[in-house]
Design a protein around this ligand. Structure first.
Ligand SMILES: Nc1nc2c(ncn2[C@@H]2O[C@H](COP(=O)(O)OP(=O)(O)OP(=O)(O)O)[C@@H](O)[C@H]2O)c(=O)[nH]1
Ligand SMILES: [Ca+2]
Length: 497
C-alpha cells in the first residue's frame, strides 16, 4: 500500500468526492455572499448634474445641482454644488444689443464646464428661466425680448451641455418653485411635515406662496397650485406682484413724487445729505410707471434725501391699493390672499436688506425693527459712507428705502402682525443651497419629485446579506451531512471486536 493511499485511508475527508464537494460549497458560499453584498448596493460615486440659469431683472446667476445617480427620488438628495454670478446687469438690459447678453454668460458657462466632469457634460440638462425683467421687456417690446432670447439661446447651444431652452417663467411658477425649493431642502415634503411659506423679493417682482388650511383654491383659482408630492397633496396659494420688486417700487415712489415734474425732489427714503441728479426719461422707462410720466417733463431732477422713516412709509404706501377687494379678503391691489399660516422663509432682497440692517433675528419685536430702520434713515449720508466704506454706495443709499418697503409690504401688504412677524425667517441658504425658484424648477423639469412615496425595500441592505449568508451556510452543512452515508465505505476504521 503506497504512502498516499495510507493517508487517504487515515483521513476519510480526503476522498476526491469530498474535496470536490467542499470546493464547490466554498465557491457557492463566496458567490452567494458576493451577490448579496453587491445586490442593491449604491453604485460607487456616480453623480448626475443639472444647470439652471436664473435670468433675473437685476442680474443672472448660474446654479449647478448634483445628486447621486441612484438616489433621485430621495428628498434632500439634490444639492447645489456651485453657483456663479454673471457680471453686469440682467439680460433684459441688453434689449438694444442682444448679442452682448449671450456674451455676458460666457464666463459662468466656462466655470460650469470646469465644475461638471467632462464625461457628464452631454447628459447634463441646462435651462434658462427669465423672470420679471424679461416679463416687463416682453410687455414693452416683444420683438426686443425675442431678440434677447435668440441671442442667449445661441450662446447656450454652443455649450457642451444638453440645452433645454430659454423662456420666461410665469409668476405662478416662480412663486410655486420657490416654495418647492424651500420645503425640499428642509426635508418637509417626503415626511409630510407642516410646510414653510416662501417670500421672495426680487428687483422687479415679489412672490408670496404658502399652504393655508382654510384655502381650497376655489375663491381665486388663478392663485392656486396643486401638487401631489411623495404621496401628499398640497394646495398652495401663490401670487407674484409684477412691479413690486424693490427696484421697480423705488421707481414707483419716485414717480409718485415727481408727478408735477419738479426740478428738485425731497425724498424721505434717502439720507439727509444725499443728493444726485436723476434723468426723467430713465426713471420713467419701465411699464411699471411709464403711463405716469409728467408731460412735459424737464430733462432731470435733483434727488435730495431728508431721511425720515415715517414720511418714507407714507410715500411707499401710495404704491399699494388697499381699498379694492372683491374677495372675502385681500392683500393689496384687489388680490385675494387667505389668512397667513405657518412659518415663512424670506429670501433674495428680503435677506440682503434685513441682513445689512442687522434685523434677520425676528425675535426683535416689530416695533423695535421700525425703530432701528428709523435710526438708520435718520443717519446723515456722510456718516453712513464713513461707517461702511466697503459697501457699494448704490446699495448703501437704498437700504433706508428698502427696509421701509419691506416692513410696509409685510405688515400692510400681506398683513403680518407683531404676533406672527416672528414666524418669518430671513434666509439666504438652506443646507448650503441658495433659496430661490431654480432648484424647484429643475426638480420639476427632470421629474425628480415623484407623486407617490417611493416603495421602501422590505429589508435594509445588511438584512439581505445576512439572510443569504445564513442560507449559504445551511446549504453547505446540508450537503456535508447528505454525504455521511458514503463515509463508512470510504474509511477503514479499526474494528472493535
Ligand atoms: N444689498 C444687496 N443687494 C443685492 C445683492 N444682490 C442683489 N441685490 C439687489 O437686490 C434686489 C433683488 O435682487 P435679486 O433677488 O437678485 O433680483 P432679480 O432676481 O434680479 O429680480 P427679479 O427678476 O425681480 O426676481 C435687486 O435690487 C438687486 O440689485 C447683494 O448682494 N446685496
Ligand atoms: Ca429673482
Amino acid at each position: 500500500m503506497s504512502a498516499q493511499r495510507e493517508m487517504k485511508e487515515k483521513n476519510p475527508w480526503h476522498t476526491p468526492a469530498t474535496i470536490i464537494i467542499t470546493v464547490i460549497g466554498v465557491i457557492a458560499i463566496v458567490a452567494l455572499v458576493t451577490v448579496a453584498v453587491l445586490q442593491n448596493k449604491p453604485l460607487p460615486k456616480k453623480y448626475k448634474y443639472g444647470i439652471v440659469l436664473d435670468a433675473g431683472s437685476s442680474h443672472t446667476a448660474l446654479y449647478i445641482y448634483g445628486w447621486p445617480a441612484e438616489k433621485v427620488n430621495d428628498t434632500g438628495r439634490v444639492v447645489q454644488v456651485h453657483s456663479c454670478k454673471v457680471k453686469g446687469p440682467g439680460i433684459s438690459s441688453y434689449a438694444s444689443a442682444p448679442l452682448n447678453a449671450g456674451e455676458s454668460l460666457k464666463v459662468c458657462m466656462l466655470e460650469a464646464k470646469d465644475q461638471v466632469p467632462s464625461k457628464r457634460h452631454q447628459e447634463t440638462p441646462l435651462y434658462l428661466g427669465a423672470t420679471a425683467g424679461m416679463r416687463l421687456l416682453n410687455i414693452e417690446n416683444s420683438t426686443a425680448s425675442d431678440g434677447v432670447f435668440q441671442a442667449v439661446s445661441q450662446a447656450l447651444q454652443t455649450s457642451p451641455f444638453s440645452f433645454q431652452g430659454a423662456r420666461i417663467i410665469s409668476g405662478q411658477e416662480e412663486g410655486a418653485f420657490g416654495w418647492v425649493t424651500v420645503n425640499y431642502l428642509d426635508d418637509r415634503l417626503k415626511q409630510g411635515l407642516e410646510t414653510t411659506g416662501a417670500l421672495d423679493l426680487g428687483g422687479a417682482s415679489t412672490q408670496i406662496s404658502f399652504v393655508s388650511d382654510n384655502y381650497d383654491g376655489s375663491e381665486s383659482p388663478k392663485n392656486s397650485v396643486t401638487f401631489r408630492l411623495y404621496g401628499n397633496d398640497y394646495n398652495l396659494y401663490t401670487h407674484s406682484f409684477l412691479c413690486y420688486g424693490k427696484d421697480q417700487v423705488l421707481r414707483m415712489t419716485l414717480a409718485h413724487q415727481t408727478q408735477s415734474g419738479p426740478a428738485t425732489v425731497l425724498d424721505p427714503c434717502f439720507h439727509r445729505g444725499y443728493t444726485a441728479i436723476k434723468n426723467y426719461t430713465v426713471l420713467y422707462d419701465t411699464p411699471c410707471v411709464s403711463d405716469r410720466k409728467p408731460q412735459p417733463a424737464p430733462a432731470s431732477f435733483n434727488h435730495t434725501g431728508t431721511g425720515d422713516f415715517q414720511e418714507c412709509q407714507r410715500v411707499v404706501r401710495n404704491v399699494f391699493n388697499f381699498t379694492d377687494c372683491k374677495y372675502s379678503r385681500c392683500s393689496f391691489n384687489g388680490v385675494f390672499q387667505p389668512s397667513l399660516q405657518g412659518p415663512f422663509g424670506a429670501f433674495s432682497a428680503y435677506y440682503f436688506v434685513m441682513n445689512f440692517l442687522n434685523l434677520t433675528d425676528t425675535s426683535t419685536p416689530l416695533e423695535d425693527v421700525k425703530k432701528k430702520i428709523t435710526n438708520y434713515c435718520a443717519t446723515p449720508w456722510e456718516q453712513i459712507k464713513e461707517q461702511y466704506p466697503h459697501i457699494k454706495q448704490k446699495y448703501l443709499a437704498e437700504y433706508c428705502f428698502s427696509g421701509t418697503y419691506i416692513i410696509t409690504l409685510l405688515t400692510e401688504g400681506y398683513n403680518f402682525t407683531s404676533e406672527n412677524y416672528p414666524n418669518i425667517k430671513f434666509i439666504k441658504k438652506i443646507k448650503d443651497s441658495d433659496a430661490g425658484w431654480t432648484l424647484g424648477y429643475m426638480l420639476n423639469l427632470t421629474n425628480m419629485i415623484p407623486a407617490e412615496a417611493p416603495d421602501k425595500p422590505p429589508l435594509p441592505h445588511g438584512g439581505y446579506v445576512s439572510i443569504v449568508t445564513i442560507i449559504a451556510i445551511l446549504l453547505f452543512v446540508l450537503i456535508i451531512f447528505s454525504l455521511r452515508p458514503i463515509w463508512p465505505r470510504c474509511s477503514k476504521r479499526p474494528q472493535i471486536i
